[in-house]
Design a protein around this ligand. Structure first.
Ligand code: MN
Length: 245
């Protein structure tokens, strides 16, 4: 088995190193990841400049681009063969509910899925690396034992609680929750007196009820959400057709 690994925290992030370490036990692993932290990059592709791929070691490459750039390059020109699976992460911090639209971790997996390759985005719920090896062990177990017989390409968003492996209560298969709108931007001034703005923190859970990713991790479970790409609002499709007659 060949596994391509990427992330959005950058190729030196402990979450990526832990993921590459465990996956190398069961597969040929190659890492193609951003040279620096690109969290929040979403599905952006760099179209206004050429990209450079640098080799950090025999199977680790870093790119001066986004997570989507990394996977795109890996799948369309850098290598001769396609991976059997793409794993992204393990991100430092949760990617749940509406976060998934902004997440570079999810985007790296999505890019692979768009090319028809099964893909999983892994995130750890809270920041900090204390339990990253436990999260990596969970990821390995999932890839090794749970997905072998899944009979169609999948895009899975996985959020893992920060705790010892043995303390993860289990897995809940979930839908995405919803968040309230983000906090307002934080306005300040630069040393020259010009106004500057920091994007504020994401909103708190609005729909965090039973069955959601928010609820699962709050209860101590790992959350696994199957994602799809089609954004079509089917209900409004019919409604709009009527508006136009
Ligand atoms: Mn990140």
């Amino acid at each position: 088995m060949k596994i391509l690994i990427s992330n959005d925290d950058g190729y030196l992030a402990p979450g990526l190193l832990a993921l590459a370490d465990v996956m190398s036990k069961i597969a040929d692993v190659v890492v193609v990841a951003p040279e620096r932290n690109r969290s929040g990059a979403s599905n952006a592709l760099t179209l206004d400049k050429p990209l450079t791929v640098s080799k950090a070691s025999s199977n680790v490459y870093f790119v001066d681009g986004t997570p989507s750039d990394c996977v795109h390059i890996a799948l369309t020109g850098l290598f001769d063969s396609r991976p059997d699976l793409i794993v992204s992460g393990i991100n430092q911090g949760q990617n749940m509910g509406d976060d998934t639209l902004y997440s570079g971790t999810v985007a790296a997996a999505t890019e692979g899925y768009l090319f028809g390759i099964p893909a999983i985005a892994f995130s750890q719920v809270k920041k900090g690396w204390e339990f990253i090896d436990d999260a990596a062990r969970f990821a390995l177990n999932m890839v090794q034992h749970k997905l072998g017989n899944f009979d169609e390409p999948y895009l899975l968003n996985v959020n893992i609680p920060n705790c010892h492996y043995a303390d993860i209560k289990g897995v809940q298969i979930t839908r995405l929750g919803r968040r309230h709108p983000s906090e307002p931007v934080i306005k300040s001034t630069d040393p020259h007196g010009n106004p500057i703005f920091w994007i504020g923190p994401s909103g708190i859970a609005k729909d965090g009820g039973e069955g959601t990713d928010f609820h699962a991790v709050a209860e101590g479970y790992a959350s696994v959400t199957p994602l799809q790409i089609d954004l079509t609002h089917i209900h409004q499709l019919e409604k709009l057709k009527k508006v136009w007659g």
